[in-house]
Design a protein around this ligand. Structure first.
Ligand SMILES: NC(=O)c1ccc[n+]([C@@H]2O[C@H](COP(=O)([O-])OP(=O)(O)OC[C@H]3O[C@@H](n4cnc5c(N)ncnc54)[C@H](OP(=O)(O)O)[C@@H]3O)[C@@H](O)[C@H]2O)c1
Length: 282
């Protein structure tokens, strides 16, 4: 028999039970350590007065509200999105809330040259950049089999879970001088949760009907408490923030018993599919 295969087979037999047994005493100690650490972290928020924060996707929803949370803390802002008029309204509101200086930059985050340009603009104007909030994003809401042009969904494939993997790796490279906070969210009130999704033809469409199908069955959290918690977590240098917090239980279930989560989503999927068929029949 292949020696390499035997080595890996024996390692699987030894390492898996060893890790499971070790976790029984490591986990309680780890939770105690985290509890003490988060107690000290809670009182050591970064002072944002005069600091420079660049937020992508600040023309609506979570990014817009994050601009207001940072403004209340006295931070200078560079806000980026494609809709200039909306950004100017957000800038005016952020100045009223306490931001000493707000720069509006129209840019498309899916264009690498434009990304370079808005970072350069922030550094050129303020001479520094303290926080970069990568928030801009879109979502899709159609079953794979209904998509007519898969190339238009490339935007989506570079986002979501891929970003988490990328930033988890980057965090290790950049520590300790740069900290990275990853926000994992449930359903937060925004244009997206109200139905702004990529249609099956790859076009961004805002329609309340979309939210019925995509987000049905999930309670929506208000934007302000969610973004306040995200900004506070960033200022405490936390690794992850989940809002609403009970969504953490879903992450746990996904790791421990993925069958349950898949079962729930498949029920939602078939419910949506049958309602679509019912609409067509009407
Ligand atoms: N709301 C939720 O329940 C929820 C849940 C999980 C994750 N998220 C994530 O949270 C982030 C914010 O979403 P949201 O809920 O606040 O939705 P939203 O209200 O639709 O806001 C999305 C923002 O991203 C901007 N944007 C989209 N594509 C862009 C591009 N190519 N270049 C520049 N800006 C772009 C939009 O501005 P313009 O159209 O003006 O460019 C808008 O400001 C997204 O990454 C989303 O995936 C949201």
């Amino acid at each position: 028999m292949d020696l390499n295969y035997l080595i890996h087979k024996s390692m699987s037999l030894v390492i898996i039970p060893l890790v499971l047994v070790s976790l029984c005493w490591i986990l309680p100690l780890l939770f105690l350590f985290r509890l003490i650490f988060s107690f000290f972290q809670f009182f050591s928020q970064e002072n944002m007065a005069g600091k420079v924060v660049l937020i992508t996707g600040a023309s609506s929803g979570i990014g817009e509200q994050m601009a207001y949370e940072y403004a209340k803390k006295g931070a200078c802002l560079v806000i980026v999105a494609r809709r200039k008029k909306k950004l100017e309204e957000v800038a005016a509101q952020a100045r009223e809330l306490g931001s000493p200086d707000v720069v509006v930059v129209c840019g498309d985050v899916s264009n690498i040259n434009e990304c370079k340009q808005f970072i350069d603009e922030a550094i050129h104007h303020f001479g520094r950049l303290d926080h970069l909030v990568n928030n801009a994003g879109v979502t899709g809401g159609y079953p794979f089999e209904e998509i007519t042009d898969i190339t238009k969904f490339a935007l989506l494939m570079a986002s979501k879970a891929a970003l988490i993997g990328f930033f988890e790796a980057l965090r290790i490279e950049l520590a300790p001088s740069v900290t990275i906070t990853i926000a994992t969210l449930g359903i937060i009130d925004s244009e997206m949760s109200r139905g702004k999704i990529l249609s099956k033809d790859g076009e961004l469409i805002l329609s309340p009907e979309n939210s019925k199908g995509v987000f049905e069955g999930f309670p929506v959290m208000n934007t302000e408490p969610a973004t306040k918690s995200i900004v506070d977590s960033i200022c405490r240098g936390e690794r992850y923030v989940t809002e609403p917090q009970w969504y953490g239980a879903i992450h746990l279930l996904k790791d421990l018993c993925p069958e349950m989560v898949e079962w729930y989503y498949s029920i939602m999927y078939f419910k949506k599919k049958s309602s679509l068929f019912a609409e067509k029949a009407d």
